[in-house]
Design a protein around this ligand. Structure first.
Ligand SMILES: *Cc1c(COP(=O)(O)O)cnc(C)c1O
Length: 418
């Protein structure tokens, strides 16, 4: 989103953002598809000369139109539930483009995914044994290793630590090798996803090296999957992962690993946030200005039910008053309308806000809509995608029907009693 200096309006690809809110109402999720495309291409280019596969981690944003956009760009896809596998197939991905990386799902769900023909990423020795019993060497699979490299970010999204429920500890690899040998399992990939925000290419390298060492004894490998961990800017001036540097450092390390392994493998990544976070805005309307004793509150027509990251992860999401770009700056607490303390931003400097003004909450593309819910019996927002200069509705706003659809009335058949 950019401020057009000539007309003083906020725009995306030359389209007036306020006009889009007028057309589709608020709260509204608005995505810039061209920005997604730029992020995708930047990653591809950073690993020029490497056999790179990008597996879009679709749990960050599974709208079918977004999935189709990534399909068009040449991306593959990473899924974490059988429903996401089904969505990926619906969007037109072929089974060989889909990796299924579940955690703590039933073996039946894994069997369902095998029947659909997707790559299974196994993160539990008990499941590996069942997989071997059932399929032997007939279905190739991938193993998720936890390298225990601590990365930055919020403790709730860092999954590489020793107490994490994710992956099989790198210290359990001797046991894994035994299970693989006993059942003659065909392991074609090793995977890790150590946490969400890695700033430093050296941390990536350290984790990758642990995984490279863990390949010993696995002779059928076709790919190494380094998961995600790319950090994007939430605040002005935030340090972000230098993708080009990671590409250079990891690309070189990967090439020399392939040489010692004796074969050219594919290098996979599974970014979610990196591909879609910055492309998304949550647009909300100001219901009330409330002068409290310690703060001036801007109360908006959305809440933690629409965007929970600020409350759940203490995530900072930059907020802009797009209705009054030239207004005098004042300090506000921007809060939601849910009966919880759902603060979107505390002590924020915004151009003076009036009731009716539209605010844009930035970086809302990833884990925004996807984590939304109906708490307080509120309706989920609509979603609009802008791609190549055209804005289209890609999900309708919920209605009251959606709130009651699956409810069954206990008292429906009761005869009226006096
Ligand atoms: C969530 C997830 C990702 C994506 O993480 P981001 O921080 O959104 O990039 C990648 N791989 C796996 C296995 C995941 O569960």
């Amino acid at each position: 989103m950019e401020l057009n200096a000539q007309n003083g309006q906020y725009e995306i690809q030359g389209l007036n953002v306020l006009d889009i809110v007028k057309t589709h109402g608020s709260p509204l999720y608005l995505y810039d598809g061209d920005k997604m495309e730029q992020q995708y291409n930047r990653l591809k280019n950073a690993f020029d000369g490497i056999n790179l596969k990008v597996k879009y981690a679709c749990k960050s944003l599974t709208n079918l139109s977004v999935l189709k956009l990534f399909k068009k760009l040449g991306s593959d896809i990473d899924t974490v539930s059988i429903q996401e596998v089904q969505l990926a197939l619906l969007a037109g991905f072929t089974p060989d483009q889909i990796i299924f990386t579940p955690n703590c799902v039933s073996f039946e769900e894994i069997q369902e995914a095998v029947e659909l023909g997707v790559m299974i990423n196994i993160d539990n020795i008990s499941i590996l044994e069942q997989f071997g019993n059932h399929y032997g060497s007939s279905v190739p699979c991938c193993i998720r290793v936890n390298p225990h490299i601590m990365a930055g970010g919020n403790s709730k999204i860092s999954v590489g630590h020793i107490g994490s429920k994710f992956g099989i500890s790198v210290f359990q690899m001797p046991h894994v090798r035994k299970v693989v040998e006993n059942h003659n399992i065909k392991v074609v990939g090793l995977h890790m996803h150590s946490g969400s925000d890695i700033l430093d290419s050296q941390v990536f390298l350290q984790a990758a090296n642990v995984l490279f060492e863990a390949t010993e004894g696995f002779d059928d490998l076709e790919f190494i999957d380094l998961g995600s961990g790319f950090k994007v800017a939430y605040k002005e001036g935030d340090v972000t992962t230098n993708i080009e540097e990671v590409g250079k450092v990891l690309g070189d390390a990967f090439k020399s690993f392939c040489k010692s392994y004796g074969r050219e493998l594919e290098l996979w990544f599974e970014p979610g946030k990196y591909l879609v976070s910055e492309s998304g805005l949550l647009l909300v309307e100001t219901n009330v200005i409330k002068h409290g004793l310690a703060a001036v509150f801007v109360g908006v027509d959305a809440g933690q039910n629409h965007l929970i990251r600020p409350m759940m992860y203490d995530a900072y999401h930059h907020i802009v008053n797009i209705s009054n770009p030239k207004g005098k700056e004042r300090i506000y607490d921007v809060v939601g309308y849910i009966c919880e303390t759902d603060t979107f931003g505390h002590n924020r400097k915004l151009n003076e806000v009036h009731e009716g003004d539209i605010l844009a909450i930035k970086n809302a593309g990833a884990y925004g809509f996807m984590m939304s819910n109906n708490y307080n019996s509120r309706l989920r927002a609509a979603e609009v995608l802008i791609y190549k200069g055209e804005a289209r509705l890609i999900r309708k706003r919920e209605t009251m029907d959606d709130i009651v659809r699956n409810q069954v009335d206990f008292f429906e058949s009761e005869t009226v009693q006096q």
